[in-house]
Design a protein around this ligand. Sequence first.
Ligand code: GLN
Length: 561
Amino acid sequence: MKYVLVTGGVVSGLGKGVTASSIGVVLKACGLRVTSIKIDPYLNTDAGTMSPFEHGEVFVLDDGGEVDLDLGNYERFLDVTLTRENNITTGKIYQSVLEKERKGDYLGKTVQVVPHITDAIKDWIESVAAIPVDGKEAPADVCVIELGGTVGDIESMPFIEALRQLSFSVGQDNFCLVHVSLIPVLGVVGEQKTKPTQHSVRELRALGLTPHLLACRSAQPLLETTKEKLSQFCHVPAGNVLNIHDVPNIWHIPLLLRNQNAHNTILTQLDLLKIATPPDLQDWTKMAETYDNLTNSVRIAMVGKYVGLPDSYLSVVKALLHACIACSLKPSIDWIAASDLEDDSAELTPEAHASAWETLRNAACVLVPGGFGDRGVRGMILAAKYARENKVPYLGICLGMQISVIEFARSVLGLERADSTEFDAQTPNPVVIFMPEGSRTHMGSTMRLGSRRTLFQTPDCVTSKLYHNSDHVDERHRHRYEVNPEVIGILEGAGLKFVGKDESGSRMEILELPSHPYYVGVQFHPEFKSRPARPSALFLGLILAATGQLEAYLNRHQNGS
Ligand code: GLN
């Protein structure tokens, strides 16, 4: 196995994840099979308990792993299916070491960070790198490892030490280190400053790791003199100083790397030149350029709880982008804090209330994404009602589907107090209830997580047609509550159809309102499997409906083509 390690210096938020996935894309374009590992040096065992407000979205994998959103980037860029093991955290490593310690596996030895934690990290990396993630049998050729955080952080020290040891044990030809850094510009003269990068490389070298390449983030392209300076002071050949300056969209990054011959430098370092082909990035080029040249846009109202931080819904945003591009449109996302739509807000914050409603009314479609807790729920219900009554295309994801059911039960069935037991445990009309797959009492594992099969109940529904007339679909889940099976009869009698159910028939997966141009709710999260060139069917449906093209599209694709 060949490793490309990507570390970061100076500041966080440099786009290390995008750089690392773009390196993967370029290597893949050279005919190599690529896998990836993300290391998060925090103590949480996984991202499942982390707030989207603070950390961005929790990405969900097929195997049910709740992981850092960077794994979403890898899946989308490399078109692979990762496992929960591909996200290493300090918490996971310590847990495994402590479990072994309790079992007595260390035979009375003193258990220490070095060598026990570092050995556990190395073993984990080597065994996970060998898991094929692209549907083929044998392990990949290259594993891109991204070390989260910034070099010098106390919590990443054991990882740096383990990676140093790994680089030594796998040997020179099998290890390539790319250090991502920032070149700020200061003062009126606008000089590109190299000192912060010099310091972070020095720090890395003091820890025993020398970068083979620098990937320098900057606003404007780097001057040759800046590159020379970096080369001289950072012990890296000038040709290995890559520059990632600001680009119109992130799909340009692999192209930027290719244009600077990054693949050659990495392949030479890894002794892979003989098996690699010249990079074929035609599709990427087309995608990046198409995106740049889009002129028309479509307005999408995103009504959610965590609208302050767009990363909270990163995969939803990406899925909208993929779907819009397939329709030659630019997404124009209008974020609406659900609570601003509520009646209380009309009195407390009238301006916010008025502007939220105006934004909603000006949108071509409405999306209510997933979420937990009751904040903003009343506003989401109002948004779903608005979309249903005004025949505005609507996609409700997970919580968004549960919202539609509550709204329909209240408005159409007249069950005023209909609710989810998540929000009102005492509701006389529990239309959404807690339906654990496993134990009801064991709290830790009550979430329904990962890929589950949905069977279409009839071929005669919009969603089955959008999924190319397939009779089933496998999508990823992350929820506890579900539509109460006891109310399906009355809901369907009033016109809300449950066209997709799980294999047992008791879990509602997809709802549609046939009398509406596009009113779809799904218990799963279709955004996690959307890919740049393969948009998620349901997001595509939303955008097509928003622009009046859905019917024509369905007619064109009638035979599942
Ligand atoms: N809070 C809801 C549940 O647990 C919805 C979860 C979600 O939207 N991901 O079922």
